[in-house]
Design a protein around this ligand. Structure first.
Ligand code: URA
Length: 315
């Protein structure tokens, strides 16, 4: 079995857990010794903030790259849940820093994570501890983002089945103390099915399930020809993207693998929902007009909004 692929027994255990009380896990024995936990990149700390009072009711967390998109999401979801009022702004909970932005509306938390694996990993370490200190349970977390599609019409929404690396393996490699550790990028299958169901119910845009390739770079790492450097031909690029398609890859982004790995380690039910901005078999540059791209970016939000409403019995 390839590293990172959970056995049938493990998959069954994960599924069973999803119907029971699911506490947040922080498997770090050193944390017990810390009197005050400072979540430095959020500008929040256990000695200065009452985490259970501030975040204890959180049941859904939505994360995405851009702070303005995550602010737009909180206004959208507040409106959808009937807990928003026009002109009533949602303050940035992490106003003490410009690393990440965080917004809350009822049981929904919306957090930006920046670009790439290191940026989202730092944010997730602190977010998982925030949820743990807040005594949250049964939390669903969804990454909503943008991606490059493979063989899909631009504007399609991909619900990730498996996050794979640039060699198409469902694993995330983390170097710890100088040694490679391979972590599973398995995602919650039931949640992915629920999101596909939401896509059918909404019936507003093409929604597909497929593998998502997570890369370390936007240019050479994603086989683009338009970076500052390029060491391969157009033919080699297309060959690589076609082999990705054959391996079930339908889109490419830069955060899903570590997101999936950290969901597994912490017991969070996780999903990845990304809109495709272009079809990479047809080009590399994003030439779609700004207004069209803006509308595309609302699509993952609409899908997740529908899911949240269904879970809260508001649909
Ligand atoms: N994000 C990516 O990582 N790649 C794309 O092509 C578009 C958005």
């Amino acid at each position: 079995m390839a590293p990172g692929v959970p056995s049938e027994k493990k998959k069954k255990k994960i599924e069973e857990q999803s119907s029971e009380e699911r506490a947040i896990r922080v498997p770090n024995p050193h944390l017990e010794k810390i009197k005050e936990d400072i979540l430095y990149h959020f500008a929040l700390g256990t000695a200065t903030h009452d985490f259970p009072a501030l975040f204890g009711d959180v049941k859904f967390v939505c994360v995405g790259g851009s702070p303005s998109r995550m602010k737009a999401f909180i206004s959208f979801i507040a409106e959808e849940l009937g807990i928003g009022s026009p002109g009533n702004d949602h303050p940035n909970i992490c106003a003490g820093t410009d690393r990440y932005a965080m917004y809350k509306a009822g049981p929904v938390l919306s957090v930006s994570h920046g670009m790439g694996i290191p940026s989202i990993a730092i944010m997730l370490h602190e977010l998982i501890k925030l949820l743990y200190h807040s005594k949250c349970s049964n939390v669903i977390i969804v990454r909503i983002g943008t991606s490059g599609g493979i063989g899909l019409e631009p504007g399609s929404v991909v619900v990730t089945k498996q996050s794979v690396d640039a060699t198409f393996k469902p694993q995330f490699e983390q170097v710890i103390l100088g040694k490679s550790v391979f972590r599973s990028t398995h995602l919650d299958e039931k949640l992915a099915e629920e999101l596909m169901e939401c896509g059918k119910e909404l019936d507003q845009f093409n929604t597909v399930v497929g593998n998502t390739m997570c890369t370390l770079d936007f240019y050479e790492g994603q086989a683009r020809l338009d970076g500052a450097f390029c060491s391969y031909s157009e033919e080699e690029k297309l060959q690589y993207l076609k082999s990705a398609y054959e391996a079930g890859v339908r889109n490419i982004e830069m955060e899903s693998s570590v997101f999936a790995a950290m969901c597994n380690l912490s017991g969070l039910r996780g999903a990845v929902v990304c809109v495709t901005l272009l079809n990479r078999l047809e080009g590399d540059q994003i030439t779609t007009p700004h207004e069209v791209l803006k509308e595309y970016q609302t699509r993952p939000q609409k899908l997740v909004g529908h899911l949240i409403k269904k879970h809260l019995g508001k649909q």
